[in-house]
Design a protein around this ligand. Structure first.
Ligand code: IMP
Length: 196
């Protein structure tokens, strides 16, 4: 079984990725290889940031790495918060702060201008090889009042297309079928299955 280090400390992501990739690959959090590892997300795109994270882990001696970068893009806000999703309301902002800031920004918009999408880019990087990227989107629209307690981040404000409830109301069973991350991961899994 080959090890893939994930450039994240998030145990939830390790399990989510492990369950999609199955038993042929052993997904480990990067702090098992390099405790305390950190990086600066100085990229201008999801791709650049995913690559920065993957390169940081490769530099610590890993042979095979994946990293993801994700966020919410609101059409009427010209793609904001985008790569700044985690720190939209400031460097130490939490999910509640970010949701409040987003609500303030969309408050004046009419219903038909609340289109948004989640984006996830996965970077697969192996020693001596070029990075390979996999992208997933989940289209939908925002609501002007938070609803639901499940999930994280902007989930209470986002209703995916063809649904009538927010991600925070729908929960993981639905979200893991249609989310931006699930879609990027499925493409990645197809790549591993056909190439290795
Ligand atoms: P990261 O790339 O996983 O670090 O996510 C960056 C930020 O994007 C998070 O802090 C959230 O604010 C937002 N985000 C990414 N994915 C999701 C999601 O599935 N639901 C809600 N917010 C998300």
């Amino acid at each position: 079984m080959s090890i893939i280090y994930l450039a994240s400390q998030n145990k939830h992501k390790v399990h989510e990725i492990q369950s999609i990739l199955g038993k042929s690959w052993d997904i480990r959090a990067c702090d098992e290889l390099a405790p305390g590892i950190s990086w600066d997300e100085t990229g201008h795109t999801f791709r650049e940031n995913a690559l920065i994270k993957a390169q940081a882990v490769l530099a610590k001696g890993a042979h095979t790495v994946i990293a993801d970068d994700s966020g919410l893009e609101v059409v009427a806000l010209k793609g904001a918060p985008g790569i700044y999703s985690a720190r939209y309301a400031g460097p130490n902002a939490n999910d509640e702060d970010n949701n409040l800031k987003l609500l303030k920004e969309i408050n004046h918009l009419p219903e038909e201008e609340l289109k948004a999408r989640f984006v996830c880019v996965i970077c697969f990087l192996q020693e001596g090889a070029d990075p390979i990227f996999f992208e997933g989107h989940c289209d939908g629209h925002l609501v002007k009042k938070t609803s639901g307690l499940k999930g994280f981040g902007y989930d209470p404000l986002f209703i995916p297309s063809a649904f009538h409830e927010t991600f925070a109301e729908l929960g993981d069973d639905v979200k893991n079928q249609i989310s931006h991350r699930a879609r990027a991961l499925i493409k990645f899994e197809e790549h591993l299955r056909t190439e290795y």
